[in-house]
Design a protein around this ligand. Sequence first.
Ligand code: GLU
Length: 410
Amino acid sequence: MNTFTNAMEQLQAAAKAGSITTADTAFLQAPKRVIEVSFPAKTDDGTTKYYKGYRVQYNDARGPTKGGIRFHPHADLAEVQALAFWMTIKNAVVDVPYGGGKGGVIVNPKEHSRSELERISREFIKAVHEFIGPTKDIPAPDVYTDKHVMAWMLDEYEAIKGLHQPGMVTGKPLALGGSQGRDYATAMGGAFVLKEAVSLLDINPLKATVAIQGFGNAGMHMARILDGWGYRVVAVSDSRTGVYDPKGLDVKKAIAHKKKERTLEGYGAKIVTNKELLALDVDILVPAALENQVRKSNAGDVKAQLIVELANGPVTPEADALLEKNGVTVIPDVLANAGGVAVSYYEWVQNNQGYYWEEEEVMEKLEKKMVKSFKEIHALVKELDSTYREAAFILALRRLIEAARLRGAL
Ligand code: GLU
């Protein structure tokens, strides 16, 4: 499945729903710049291995390109391109002054020691340092990268430049200029929009059941937040296994187990596969893992009334059409997971001004931004009788087209 082709299909569908011409979206039909590198990094026994990495700077009409870097054995250019495109849309949806970018390194972090991952992170920055920077292109964590990876990348970049430039990367540790709340911002932003959608759909939060696919940074914090709000989290899964208890999981115990054992196996509930989790009889489904999980072949099995896309691209365009037909509301990734980049923006603002905010201030700003974006999109859904995905894209496209036009790029 070509994820970039899917992303372009979404663009076409939204442009059509919003009566936006093909000429006006031409500047978004291909990335502005693609950087492909091959770089060496030594293993712990001193052998040199070569890795392939990508950074796609999709569009910068609204500001420096911005988006995460993922480490994944199956990362490929089409995927990174799609992710960079979605960042372009996402950053415009929540109105942060950035274009969109994304990076990927083909590596399986589970097969490497910490010191090997450090060398891979530093070498990747050596390979791309000329193309990134706080006013150029700003990376952040993504799948299988975290604050430690960001710390190594920042340190390498600053060593090369001979300057302190904390704003070259976000999602850093607090001690290096990170922001309060950035670690759970993606899930928190998703929870804020989930709450809005739940009240519109007349779902009772205290009776609602939730299944979450993915138990990494986004999925784990989402489980914690929703559990704290009184929702019944009945299933969670990681890349290997899922656990299900219709009466509700002990979320704190599941998190402690996963942190200690690095797997959900042995948690002590019914085991389900990732595929089974997506088809569970729940009110709300939160895909928080990888792309293309809900497809034509299994979209018809989804029983949830509401899908909140915490992952990027978890639902394919074919599945979208089936879900719409079946009356399932999908809150799209470009809104639902934008809390991460929204707080990345707050982190960058704090770095630029050298003045740091309390967690409460960050969260207040995040909630306001997420609720405002949700309401803008909801108004478009009503006005155009469109899906939430189409409406989110239309909102973003209007902003992107205005910027491109002002620059003379249209
Ligand atoms: N990787 C995250 C995303 O897909 C965060 C990007 C960022 O903070 O720049 O939205």
